[in-house]
Design a protein around this ligand. Structure first.
Ligand code: F0G
Length: 561
């Protein structure tokens, strides 16, 4: 009898440990639905969606009303999480005091617990607001505050840098920086001196926007493996170390800090290895330049390190997160991602770090900025109850079972697309699947017509929302010609909200995308009706479908790769 039971236990265990083509299909989710929301529209309402899309939204996915999306809303994984019952319960425990509310101290404790010793600045809790942890209502508010104060500090320093960018950078990198300077000079009339450069593996669009707004030059240095589309390379989010070294050795005075976005959202949600983080730390130490994370998806990044770097495979996610954060002087984070909440952001500066040493009174100025724009540092732009929910979110996010299920789901979604012949960035990243529009549309021939916008618009009519992050979102128009993103990126992103959808929902998106793929000759280009020359134009523009090319007819393509 007990032999039989043991027999079945071993069979059940084997069954859930099966690693078939796409992750752990045989393992149930480590949570269950506690609340559900019925929709007030149906997948069959194609004509209604067409009318809204064309007449109200001007084919812009951001302007399409969410309550009319019957399928998956994959516009963003940001702020779209389903909160846990612990988080909902914690809201009741919110303390809405105007100064030094209870949630603030709880958050400091949790930040220390999640990110490691020193980060929560808990030892000042008796004395009130810390000068290391700054709360904001979302990530970009933290970025804006950070770069506003930073650019002012740099101006006050009055450093005089050589007017010319060094020739030693080599023509490619030098030209890239010069063309950025030209674009910004055209936008702002002239650039105030000094011209500072901030390198990163790749900036997200708001971070890039905030840096440019302060007349600084963001430079993306994605690793070679990513540019070469190396599908076998597990850390495509890495920064190109050689390029960074070149930049630091030629232009060190102009570089107030170096950034890593973890995971690298713009580059496909791809993770950065601890090896890369450590190498950047070595270089930034050598050149005495502070090093920061844009840490939105830090826990997902840690999961990839655990899976992809042998020496860390036995370590817990929490251990890896602490290790990652040991190497940086500060970070900002949109808590709407791996904070597991619907609103929130933070900027955290290491007390004993290189950044604090370089700008000793930075925190003081930052607090002034925060008070003027968001609120007292002990609540930032959030209410007391929000701080409670953030704390619980930062506690849950490093759970192994959560991350296994989360990233496993994104992986399954990606593999289903690949099975259907859809070209995506591989390996799949942590939070999203990125569909390669250049390959989807067979290379260059359609690129002027922003086919990612057409794809997104038609898929909305199909019932699902995704986001163009390609030649439209990252390109620009100078009144005469389009300037494509450099290095070129042309993706449509399907970002998966946390704890919101089941595999079946995502597989229905795959089916709809396959309809587009099967008939891709029938997909028209778009005309930009409004906003082409604007900054951050993809949020604001309106489009119309161009007529189909003469003779276009469906050839039902099954395989695109
Ligand atoms: N940094 C990264 C890497 C991001 O992905 C985002 C937001 C931000 C900063 C800004 O944070 O939205 O709280 O102000 N990304 C969302 C997205 C919007 O859809 O990828 P925020």
């Amino acid at each position: 009898m007990s032999d039989a039971v043991d027999f079945f236990i071993s069979k059940f265990r084997k069954n859930i440990q099966k690693q078939e083509k796409w992750g752990r299909c045989y393992r149930p989710r480590p949570y269950r639905n506690a609340v559900v929301r019925f929709r007030n529209c149906s997948i069959d309402d194609f004509e209604e969606r067409r009318d809204i899309l064309i007449n109200e939204a001007g084919l812009n996915a951001f302007l399409f009303r969410a309550d009319k999306i019957p399928g998956c809303d994959l516009l963003s994984d940001s702020g779209t999480t389903t909160m846990t019952m612990e988080q909902w319960a914690s809201l009741f425990m919110g303390d809405e005091a105007y100064g030094s509310n209870e949630g603030y101290f709880e958050l400091k404790r949790q930040v220390e617990e999640t990110f490691g010793p020193g980060w929560g600045d808990v030892d000042t809790s008796v004395g009130g607001a810390s000068d290391s942890l700054f709360i904001f209502h979302q990530g970009r508010a933290a970025e804006n505050a950070f770069f506003s104060v930073l650019s002012r500090k740099l101006r006050e320093e009055g450093s005089s840098y050589p007017p010319e960018i060094s020739n030693k950078l080599g023509p490619e990198l030098k030209n890239r920086i010069k063309s950025k300077i030209t674009t910004l000079s055209e936008r702002f009339g002239s650039l105030r001196e000094p011209i500072c450069i901030i390198p990163s593996n790749s900036f997200f669009d708001t971070t890039q926007g905030n840096i440019e707004d302060k007349r600084m030059i963001p430079v993306n240095l994605p690793c070679r493996e990513h540019l070469d589309n190396r599908e076998d390379f597990p850390f495509r989010g890495n920064m190109d170390i050689e390029e960074l070294e070149k930049l630091l050795s030629c232009e060190r005075e102009r570089i107030p800090l170096v950034y890593l976005t973890i995971t690298n959202n713009t580059g496909g949600g791809q993770p950065v290895s601890l090896e890369n983080i450590k190498k950047i730390r070595e270089l930034t130490r050598k050149f005495a330049v502070p090093f920061f994370f844009d840490a939105c998806r830090f826990a997902e990044n840690a999961w990839f390190i655990q899976r992809g770097e042998k020496e860390y495979s036995g370590k817990s996610i929490k251990w890896i997160v602490h290790e990652m954060f040991r190497y940086v002087d500060g970070f900002h984070i949109s808590l709407k991602k791996d904070g597991l909440v619907n609103m929130g952001g933070a900027l955290v500066i290491r007390k004993e770090g290189d950044f604090k040493r370089r700008f000793p009174d930075f925190s003081c100025d930052l607090i002034d900025h925060q008070i003027m724009t968001e609120g007292h540092p002990t609540y930032g732009g959030l209410s007391g109850r929000d701080l409670m929910a953030v704390s619980r979110g930062l506690e849950t996010i490093t759970r192994q079972d959560y991350l296994d299920a989360r990233i496993g789901q994104v992986e399954k979604f990606g593999e289903k697309l690949v099975e259907g012949g859809i070209p995506i960035i591989r390996p799949t990243g942590g939070h999203a699947v990125y569909i390669d529009m250049d390959r989807f549309f067979d290379g260059e021939k359609n690129k002027a017509d922003f086919m990612g916008i057409s794809f997104t618009a038609l898929l909305l009519i199909g019932g699902h929302r995704v986001c163009e992050l390609g030649t439209y979102a990252f390109g620009s128009y100078n009144g005469k010609r389009e300037i494509p993103p450099d290095p070129r990126i042309n993706y449509v992103r399907a970002a998966v909200p946390r704890l919101a959808y089941e595999d079946q929902d995502l597989f229905s998106v795959v089916e709809a995308i396959k309809v587009l793929a099967d008939h891709r000759e029938m997909i028209p280009g778009v005309n930009v009706e409004y906003g082409r020359e604007m900054s951050l134009r993809h949020f604001k523009s309106r489009f119309s479908f161009l007529p189909l090319a003469k003779g276009a007819k469906s050839r039902k393509n099954k395989v695109l790769r």
